[in-house]
Design a protein around this ligand. Structure first.
Ligand code: AMP
Length: 397
């Protein structure tokens, strides 16, 4: 089976052609500068092709993608008919979507209804969906939501302690993001530990970071909120702060709320803590080694906040059995993993420094004595999208 995975942004569109059973990716690429001029970056047969192709809208980007996929030299299929289904990544499913689903007119209307919650991403995701529908009208399309995995949270986890009307009228609540990654890691971890009933905390630590408390495969709580700004400090996002900080900054520096939020999303996090050295954890590690105290503080603060949330979720679930690390930092940065686990001795977490001395591998790094299994589980959001898509399309036949 061939599933085309589409991740449409406002001026870009990423694609992968994947076999959901094997996870093998036969081609992948990126259409960028949509609405400006247009460039296609395509990878297949171990080679990279870059072409300037006019892309006034997402429709031309999809057309260019399909054209190169069937190209006799750079392509991997003979005809577009060999694409069995399309899986679209959609940012915000609001309170409308608890799971992935086959796209029809009602689904499109419901994704539109969620635009106020995901004003930057949902319109772009819809453009990708509509462009695919136009050129592949008979191919089934599936929407996979970044928020859906978290919809099993109980009200005590997702409600904000603010007047009820904002929840009732405007659906303001904690949603959480990176759901496809958390779902993949939860599913894969169950296979790795050989059981389905257990309590885990997944640490998705990358440029954007979020953590989830997961019991028996179902999300109980997560660090991101109405938007991806909440939770632990990230590459450039502040994570949790007192909302009154916004009022103070706006009043003192003559900013409006949008400008202030832009600063909290794009100029904060470990980038800001490091004195603007970098948002990349490798640069921070090098900076710290060279004696830059701000770079050291950025990493220290990040690990401290991650460890605090593990403790909070251990309390919420009355203990944890498994702790997992995933995404760019979680998979690659042994120093971050070691520093986080160092805080968790009281839970019986013990990692083996030699096992932890690795990058990007699916491996258990806890000792035989550790009361909590600690694993690195590289995430694979595209595989999760392809699997959800294949499952739904097969069930509908
Ligand atoms: P992601 O958002 O999951 O793609 O993660 C990207 C982030 O992972 C980068 O900004 C780096 O901070 C971090 N990262 C990637 N590779 C490494 C590495 N080898 N060591 C430490 N951090 C890394």
């Amino acid at each position: 089976m061939n599933v085309l995975i589409i991740n449409a942004g406002s001026s870009s569109l990423k694609y992968q052609l994947m076999d959901p059973e094997t996870g093998v990716v036969s081609a992948k690429g990126l259409c960028e500068r949509i609405g400006i001029d247009g460039r296609l970056n395509h990878n297949a047969h171990g080679e990279k092709v870059v072409k300037d192709i006019p892309m006034p809208t997402h429709s031309e980007a999809i057309a260019a993608t399909l054209e190169i996929l069937v190209d006799p030299v750079n392509g991997v299929i003979k005809s577009v008919d060999e694409i069995d289904a399309v899986g679209h990544r959609v940012l915000h499913g609001g309170m409308e979507f608890f799971d992935s689903c086959i796209i029809n007119d009602e689904v499109i209307a419901a994704i539109e209804k969620c635009i106020p919650l995901g004003p930057l991403h949902n319109p772009a995701n819809l453009m990708g969906i509509r462009a695919c529908q136009a050129v592949m009208p008979t191919t089934p399309q599936v929407a996979v939501f970044d928020t859906a995995f978290h919809m099993t949270m109980p009200p005590k986890a997702y409600r904000y302690a603010i007047p009820t009307e904002y929840f009732k009228n405007d659906s303001l609540r904690r949603y959480g993001f990176h759901g496809t990654s958390h779902k993949y890691v939860a599913k894969r971890t169950a296979e790795l530990v050989g059981k389905t009933a257990f309590k885990m905390v997944n640490c998705h630590l990358g440029n954007g970071s979020s953590m989830s408390a997961i019991k028996d495969g179902k999300c109980q709580d997560t660090t991101m909120g109405l938007t991806p700004l909440a939770g632990v400090p990230m590459g450039t996002r502040s994570g949790d702060i007192d909302a009154a900080v916004v009022q103070f900054i706006c009043n003192k520096y003559g900013m409006n709320v949008d400008e202030c939020l832009n600063m909290l999303n794009k100029k904060s996090g470990v980038l800001a803590l490091s004195g603007n050295v970098s948002s990349d954890f490798r640069d921070l590690e090098n900076g710290a080694k060279e004696g830059n105290a701000d770079c050291a503080l950025a990493r220290e603060k990040f690990c401290y906040e991650v460890a605090k949330y593990v403790g909070a979720y251990a309390a919420a679930m009355n203990g944890i059995d498994v702790l997992t690390f995933t995404a760019g930092v979680g998979e690659n940065d042994k120093g971050v993993r070691a520093a986080v686990c160092e805080y968790l001795g009281y839970l019986g977490v013990e990692i083996d420094p030699e096992l932890n001395n690795c990058r990007g591998k699916e491996v258990k790094i806890s000792t035989a004595n550790s009361k909590v299994q600690v694993w690195i589980v590289p995430t694979n959001e595209e595989l999760m999208i392809a699997q959800d898509t294949a499952e739904l399309v097969k069930a509908a036949k």
